[in-house]
Design a protein around this ligand. Structure first.
Ligand SMILES: Nc1ncnc2c1ncn2[C@@H]1O[C@H](COP(=O)(O)OP(=O)(O)OP(=O)(O)O)[C@@H](O)[C@H]1O
Ligand SMILES: [Mg+2]
Length: 573
């Protein structure tokens, strides 16, 4: 018996042979059926038998059945789409078929396990199941259930290489889809191309994160970006927001959508979006130049050019806020409505890390600061980008564009104000600034230590190892000397002032308690995000800023003691 699945009072039991190959076994199901009581049917295909009470069952009978079936089933696992027998055919005999299905399952399990698709799921490899697949030459697109979240489908890709299936970039694997309007999948679903037909080819890979895979492409004559979502359904929000924002000229236009619909019509979602490629440079590149100039000249004031640039970015953020993203209704809400989210992030950080006493004290301070700020007024709401960091802002001369708006970007009446976006940018600037500072100090420090590949990554790893897996013991912290040695003190002061100038120019005017609360919320969000993903270096940057915010003038002692030690973190790798 491979699996039992339930939706409400309807229950299915699947019979297979071979614990790995999971070949459908209608003959076994038929034997079970022959001995079963009334109310049992086989589904088409024969390997699943279906149990359901009579539809005229009364409430007392239903309650009794629930008690008998037990609490695990009361949650009501959704029925998963069940591929027809033999739907994962590779040309060749039965053995080849079995090998193929097994390879698909192993590939999916391996990819999920390595955290590329679902970093936070603690799961059992054996529970990964493939619900659909599409072969495109040597490439295979796969749909799999994500353990722990059976209602969500993960979307993965693999490639046959010398008889073995190896992971492939999901975005790259889809390049041949532009040639046809429809493709039929193994389980009777459809992959469809909505956009101009023609050649779509790869220019370069851009990024691969836990949630998306992004490549730069050329669609006919148009330079474009293709973004494939790792979880089916994730693309809806971005599609809606980009479509709504099209007239504002602040976001790239959607050129094509690759959609998926399952045979039963139960799943319909974009697998990928192809959007116009914005020209210009990301804001981090431009700001980094400005920071380096500040260090060279010893002056933290912004040049006229920098101020003009930040002014344009600020205006564009406000224009996005003022743009008619439906169903936009500017409103106000009490600041206190934001408190639960901040407290939830604080709680998550406490759960994920075994903190030192100082770490807990800092989080206590954060909670009480958030509560105080919340009591001080209300907050204007309306469309916001929702995930504004520096590489989501593209600058081309006087033209500013935003990519990758988040699901919260103004699609509900209670969406956050543009202050949310300014808080996110302030955080991004601070984070970049400390990152560059630490990296430069570390590069200098490593120079004497025969480290030929002094790449940024190498430096990050060195810092990570130093700060989190300190072999010498909890009294030693390599961050502090990196930031606080005498040479570094002046650079740190200039960086701090430069950051403050950038933040003030972006947001303009007096920030007030709402801006402070949103900044604190963003900082806690970062801390939670990086802590949960065990990205210890970036979590470290957030601890640093948190302690500076809440314990100013502590001479750095707070930062050193507040950063959690190694040991605990390893459990989450
Ligand atoms: N339409 C576009 N034009 C130009 N550059 C783009 C475009 N879309 C994305 N990019 C660049 O590619 C990067 C990754 O794209 P995007 O942010 O959409 O994906 P992501 O996987 O969410 O990345 P992350 O999680 O790191 O933000 C962006 O930060 C941006 O610098
Ligand atoms: Mg992004």
């Amino acid at each position: 018996m491979a699996e039992d699945r339930q939706a409400g009072l309807l229950c299915g039991i699947e019979f297979v042979t071979g614990s790995d190959s999971r070949e459908p076994a209608p003959e076994l199901a038929a034997r079970a059926l022959a001995r079963a009581a009334l109310g049992v049917r086989a589904t088409p295909g024969g390997q699943i038998i279906r149990l359901a009470p009579p539809f005229v069952i009364d409430e007392a009978g239903a309650a009794r059945r629930h008690r008998e079936v037990g609490p695990g089933h009361q949650r009501g696992m959704p029925m998963r789409p069940c591929p027809a027998p033999g739907s994962f055919l590779r040309p060749g005999g039965a053995t080849e078929q079995q090998k193929s299905h097994q390879a698909l399952r192993e590939l999916a399990a391996g990819m999920l396990e390595h955290g590329r698709a679902y970093p936070r799921t603690d799961f059992d490899r054996g529970k990964v199941s493939i619900t659909d697949s599409l072969r495109l030459g040597d490439t295979v697109l796969l749909w799999a259930t994500v353990p722990g979240q059976p209602e969500r489908l993960a979307f993965l890709a693999g490639r046959w290489q010398q008889g073995r299936l190896v992971p492939a970039s999901t975005a790259t694997a889809m390049l041949s889809l532009a040639g046809r309007a429809y493709w039929h999948t193994a389980a009777g679903g459809t992959v469809s191309w909505h956009g101009p037909r023609g050649r779509l080819w790869l220019v370069e890979k851009v990024s691969g994160t836990a949630t998306n895979d992004v490549v730069r492409v050329q669609l006919g004559d148009a330079p474009a970006m293709l973004k494939a979502y790792r979880l089916i359904g994730d693309g809806w929000a971005e599609h809606r927001i980009l479509t709504a924002a099209a007239r504002s000229q602040l976001a790239p236009r959607v050129l094509a959508v690759i959609g998926y619909s399952h045979a039963g019509g139960t799943v319909q979602a974009p697998l990928a979006l192809v959007t116009e490629a914005l020209t210009g440079q990301t804001l981090d590149v431009l700001l980094r130049r400005s920071l380096e100039r500040a260090w060279q000249t010893g002056r933290s004031e912004l040049s006229d050019t920098d101020r003009a640039l930040l002014g344009r970015v600020s205006q564009a953020v406000r224009a996005w806020h003022g743009s008619p993203l439906p169903p936009h209704r500017a409103a106000r809400q009490p600041l206190a409505t934001r408190l639960p989210e901040v407290l939830a992030d604080i709680g998550a950080v406490r759960r994920f890390l075994g903190l030192t006493a100082e770490g807990h004290r800092l989080l206590d301070l954060a909670a009480s600061r958030a509560a105080t700020l919340c009591a001080s007024g209300d907050l204007g709401t309306g469309p916001a980008h929702g995930d504004l960091h520096l590489s989501h802002v593209l600058v081309d001369g006087s033209q500013i564009g935003f990519v990758d708006p988040a699901a919260s970007a103004g699609l509900s009446a209670s969406a956050p104000a543009p202050l949310e976006d300014f808080a996110a940018l302030r955080r991004a600037v601070e984070c970049m600034c400390l990152d560059v500072h630490v990296t430069e100090r570390a590069a200098g420090w490593l120079a004497g230590k025969a480290d030929p590949g002094r790449t940024r990554r190498g430096v990050s790893l060195a810092l990570q190892a130093a700060a989190w897996a300190d072999p010498v013991g909890p009294g030693r912290d390599l961050w502090a000397p990196l930031i606080h040695d005498s040479q570094s003190a002046a650079a740190a002061r200039i960086a701090d002032e430069w950051c403050a100038n950038v933040g003030a120019t972006l947001a303009g005017g007096d920030p007030g308690p709402a801006a402070d609360l949103l900044y604190l919320a963003r900082l806690m969000h970062d801390l939670r995000y990086h802590t949960e993903r065990a990205r210890t270096y970036h979590a470290g940057l957030a601890w640093w800023h948190l302690s500076r915010l809440l314990m100013p003038g502590d001479g750095g002692a707070a930062e050193r003691t507040a950063v959690p030690r190694g040991g605990q973190i390893g459990e989450y790798h």
